[in-house]
Design a protein around this ligand. Structure first.
Ligand SMILES: NC(=O)c1ccc[n+]([C@@H]2O[C@H](COP(=O)([O-])OP(=O)(O)OC[C@H]3O[C@@H](n4cnc5c(N)ncnc54)[C@H](O)[C@@H]3O)[C@@H](O)[C@H]2O)c1
Length: 330
C-alpha cells in the first residue's frame, strides 16, 4: 500500500509515520509537508520506505500528482495552534480550508481513499459540571479561528462524500500528548521550561479540563478507521482522560521532582474553552479499538523522559517560542 501522509513532519503525523513503519511492513509512506515552524525534518524517520516532499497542500498541481500515485491519503496537515489563530487567522483559512479543499478535489478525481484527521474542538466546549460528553451527533459550535476552520474542513469532507461519493472517513480526537510535540504546546512547554529551570505557567485558574490521549492511541485509532471504518462515518477518538490544567501542571512538577505548587499564573487565553470530553463508544463498540495507555500519569512520565533524552530535538525551537509568548504577554 502506498500512503500519502500530509503533515507527517508535525507532531501527530510524524508519530503516525513511525507507528506505520513499526506495524505495517507492506506500507510505504510519502510525507507531504510545508515544513512550517511546526514541521521538523528531524521528526521524519530516515528510512527507505519514507519519502519527504516539501510542499503546500493548497498547491493544486502538486497535490494532484501526489494523490494520483497513492492508494490512500491520511490528512493531518493543519495550522493547529489556537493561540496563533487568535493572532493571525489567515494561515488557518489557507491550510485548513483551502488546503483540505485541494486534497478533496484530487481524491475525488482519482477516487482515492481519504481519511481526515480532526479535533474535538469543533464541538465548542462543555460546562465543568455537565455530565455530557461529545458524541458524533453533538452540533458543531467552534469558538476560535482554529476550530472554526477545522469544522469547515470536516463539513467539506462530509459534503464531498454525499455529493461525489468520495471514499472518506473523519475522526475527531481529544488533546494529544507524547513525543515530538512542538514546545509551544501546553505539556511540552511546561516540561522544557522546567528542564531550563523556569517555573511553569498556568493560564488563569487552571480549571479548564482537557481529555488527554497518548498520541500512539490516537494513531492506532486512525489505522483502525482507515482499515475498518465505514465510508462517510465520523468516529470520535478519546481515552476517558479528563484532567484539569492545574492538575496537569502539578503532576508534571511532582514527576520532575519539584513542589507541586511551584508555578506561575498568566493571563487566560481569550475565549478559552472550559472543558472537552469525548464519548468514544462508537469507535470502541463498532471497530473494537481500545487505548493502550490507560494511565495518564504513566504516559506523562514517559513523555517527560522523552523530552529529557531528546534536547537536541526541541532546543532549536525553544527560544523563539518563548519570545513569541513574551510578545503575546503569556
Ligand atoms: N495536537 C492535538 O492535540 C490534536 C488533537 C486532535 C486533532 N488534531 C489534529 O491533528 C492534526 C495534526 O496536529 P498536530 O498537533 O500534529 O499539528 P502540528 O502543528 O504539530 O503539525 C502540523 C504539520 O502540518 C504542516 N503544515 C502546515 N501547513 C501546511 C500546508 N499548507 N501544507 C503542508 N503541510 C502543512 C506543518 O509543517 C506541520 O508539520 C491536525 O489536523 C489537528 O487539527 C490535533
Amino acid at each position: 500500500m502506498k500512503l500519502l501522509v500530509t503533515g507527517g513532519a508535525g507532531f501527530i503525523g510524524a508519530n503516525f509515520v513511525r507507528l506505520t513503519l513499526d506495524t505495517r511492513p507492506d506500507v510505504t509512506v510519502t510525507v507531504l509537508d510545508l515544513l512550517t515552524y511546526a514541521g521538523n525534518t528531524a521528526s521524519v524517520p530516515d528510512d527507505p520506505r519514507v519519502t519527504l516532499v516539501k510542499g503546500d497542500i493548497a498547491d493544486p498541481e502538486l497535490v494532484d500528482s501526489l494523490v494520483r500515485e497513492h492508494d490512500a491519503v491520511v490528512h493531518f496537515a493543519a495550522e493547529s495552534h489556537n493561540d496563533n489563530s487568535l493572532d493571525d487567522p489567515w494561515p488557518f483559512v489557507h491550510t485548513n480550508l483551502v488546503g483540505t479543499f485541494q486534497l478533496l478535489e484530487a481524491a475525488r478525481r482519482h477516487q482515492t481513499r481519504f481519511h481526515h484527521v480532526s479535533t474535538d474542538e469543533v464541538y465548542g466546549d462543555l460546562d465543568l459540571d455537565d455530565p455530557a460528553k461529545f458524541t458524533p451527533e453533538t452540533p458543531y459550535n467552534p469558538s476560535s479561528p482554529y476550530s472554526s476552520t477545522k469544522a469547515g474542513s470536516d463539513l467539506m469532507v462530509r459534503a464531498w462524500v454525499r455529493s461525489f461519493g468520495l471514499q472518506a472517513t473523519i475522526s475527531n480526537c481529544s488533546n494529544n500528548y507524547g513525543p515530538l510535540q512542538h514546545v509551544e504546546k501546553f505539556i511540552p512547554r511546561q516540561i522544557t521550561n522546567l528542564l531550563d529551570g523556569v517555573r511553569p505557567k498556568l493560564y488563569g485558574a487552571g480549571l479548564n479540563v482537557r481529555d488527554w490521549i497518548h498520541v500512539d492511541d490516537h494513531n492506532r485509532a486512525v489505522w483502525t478507521i482507515l482499515e475498518r471504518g465505514r465510508i462517510g462515518e465520523t468516529y470520535l477518538i478519546g481515552a476517558d482522560g479528563e484532567v484539569d490544567n492545574r492538575t496537569v501542571i502539578e503532576t508534571i512538577l511532582e514527576l520532575m521532582g519539584h513542589e507541586p505548587t511551584d508555578y506561575e499564573h498568566v493571563a487566560d487565553r481569550p475565549g478559552h474553552d472550559l472543558r472537552y470530553a469525548i464519548d468514544a463508544t462508537k469507535l470502541r463498540e463498532e471497530l473494537g479499538w481500545e487505548p493502550v495507555y490507560g494511565d495518564f500519569r504513566a504516559g506523562l512520565a514517559a513523555t517527560i523522559a522523552w523530552y529529557r533524552a531528546n534536547e537536541s530535538w526541541w532546543r532549536p525551537q525553544k527560544l523563539e517560542t518563548e519570545l513569541r509568548y513574551q510578545r503575546l504577554g503569556r
